[in-house]
Design a protein around this ligand. Structure first.
Ligand code: S3P
Length: 425
């Protein structure tokens, strides 16, 4: 599936239909399996990645009812599945299920699409194997398909070298069933939805700076009752749209304002965009509205708290291309192992649009200039596809292989068409 995006004129838009948060949606269905009683999830993200997680939970024996508004999940323990568990394109799905299943009774196979089967899994399989999990996969346990035989897990004190919420979450899920109190320390705080949601369900998890202490579950947790907020990573595409289009404004409603998730908005603010945050509620996390208004943008360097804006860097790079001066991204080697090698895909995409870009092992620099229309290959990466469609608002763009957008943001095209004309090819 291909699309041509035509340049837009100024716009003013309130968006209440940003896709629900992907990280929280995955977790909501997985964590329901640790509760006694029925969990209730509304505003679940009905996109390919998260529907795959819901399907896996069903295959693991959970009883699920779904009236199209509320998904109710109850479970009387994780059951062996006669089928392969397909995580599709989702690294979050695969890595968190490794943690959840490594102590479950039975044998499980996790698989994914051609992109996920190329992504590194050793970051979770190695520490899990170290505490007694029986996990294996191609390339010495690094690549899916992965096999898991549930086992008893030993308590641990693990110091992770990477700031990854996926690794942290997998280890927290394992710790809940380990034989003693566990600690997990990370080099930089990564998104903390797992800790917040499990604490809300009654788990004993203490966070002290970068160190998380987890006590094993003595009994099942309380059910999760949650309305999933909008995803700031999805909202950010429209924030960039407003920030690069003179006289434009967007109000993004009902977004999680968790500080580990809105760093890209802070970066855009540093570049000069007018941004206002308004907290309207607080359940598990602060939630509210983000208003973004155009202003001329200037270059910045992004080098700290990278995990807080890792998913937004492709879209932020479109803003860099429209700013005055040279912007840089440093310490972002994790970008190389996302849905695509996002350093390579951002650099080649912006270069195709006539922007001067320099690639480094851990990032890139972008000299702001005039974007030109080009044909961009998404490499099957939803965030690359959406970022260059947003660039198209400025100069027109053909983007190829855009069906990947359905992994995280099924109504993206609909919202884009509120701003500009597009043609599907
Ligand atoms: C996620 C964590 C991040 C992020 C991904 C979702 C999560 O990955 O890039 O899109 O839900 O835990 P890492 O934990 O690998 O940094």
């Amino acid at each position: 599936m291909k699309i041509e995006v035509f340049p837009c004129s100024d716009f003013s838009l309130n968006i209440a239909e940003i896709a629900p948060d992907k990280s929280i949606s995955h977790r909501s269905v997985m964590f329901s399996m640790l509760a006694s009683g029925t969990s209730e999830i509304t505003n679940f993200l009905r996109a390919e990645d998260t529907l795959n997680s819901l399907e896996i939970v069903r295959k693991l024996g959970a009883k699920i009812t779904d009236d199209g508004v509320t998904i109710k999940i109850s479970s009387d323990g994780i059951k062996e599945s006669s089928d392969v568990l397909d995580c599709g394109n989702s690294g979050t799905g695969m890595r968190l299920f490794c943690g959840l299943l490594s102590s479950a009774e039975g044998h499980f196979i996790l698989n994914g699409d051609e992109y996920l089967r190329r992504r590194p899994m050793k970051r979770v399989t190695a520490p899990l194997i170290n505490i007694g999990a029986k996990l294996d996969g191609r390339n010495n346990g690094d690549l899916a398909p992965l096999s898991i035989r549930g086992a008893s897990l030993k308590s641990f004190d693990y110091e992770s070298k990477i700031a990854s919420a996926q690794v942290k979450s997998a280890m927290i899920l394992a710790a809940l069933r380990a034989d003693g109190v566990c600690t997990y320390t990370e080099p930089e705080l990564s998104r903390d939805h797992t800790e917040r949601m499990l604490q809300g369900m009654g788990a004993t998890i203490k966070v002290d700076g970068l160190k998380t202490t987890i006590s094993p579950m003595k009994e099942l947790l309380s059910p999760l009752i949650i309305r999933v907020p909008a995803d700031p990573s999805s909202a950010f595409f429209f924030a960039v749209a407003a920030a690069i289009t003179p006289n434009s404004h967007v109000l993004l409603e009902g977004v999680t304002l968790n500080e580990t998730r809105i760093e890209a908005f802070k970066a855009l603010e540093r570049m000069g965009a007018n941004i206002i945050y308004e907290v309207t509620q607080n359940k598990y996390e602060p939630i509210g509205n983000i208003s973004v208004k155009y202003a001329p943008l200037k270059a910045i360097t992004v080098e700290y708290n990278i995990s807080w804006l890792i998913d937004e860097l492709p879209a932020l790079s479109i803003a860099f291309a429209c700013a005055e001066g040279v912007s840089s991204v440093k310490n972002a080697q994790e970008l190389r192992v996302k849905e695509s090698d996002r350093i390579a895909t951002v650099v080649s995409g912006l270069s195709a649009c006539g922007i001067l870009v320099t690639e480094y092992e851990d990032g890139y620099s972008v000299k702001g200039g005039v974007l030109s229309s080009a044909t961009i290959d998404s490499h099957g990466d939803h965030r690359i596809a959406m970022s260059f469609m947003i660039a198209g608002l400025n100069c027109g763009m053909n983007v190829e292989d855009v069906a990947c957008v359905y992994t995280s943001f099924p109504n993206f095209f609909e919202l884009l068409q509120k701003i500009t004309r597009v043609e599907f090819k």
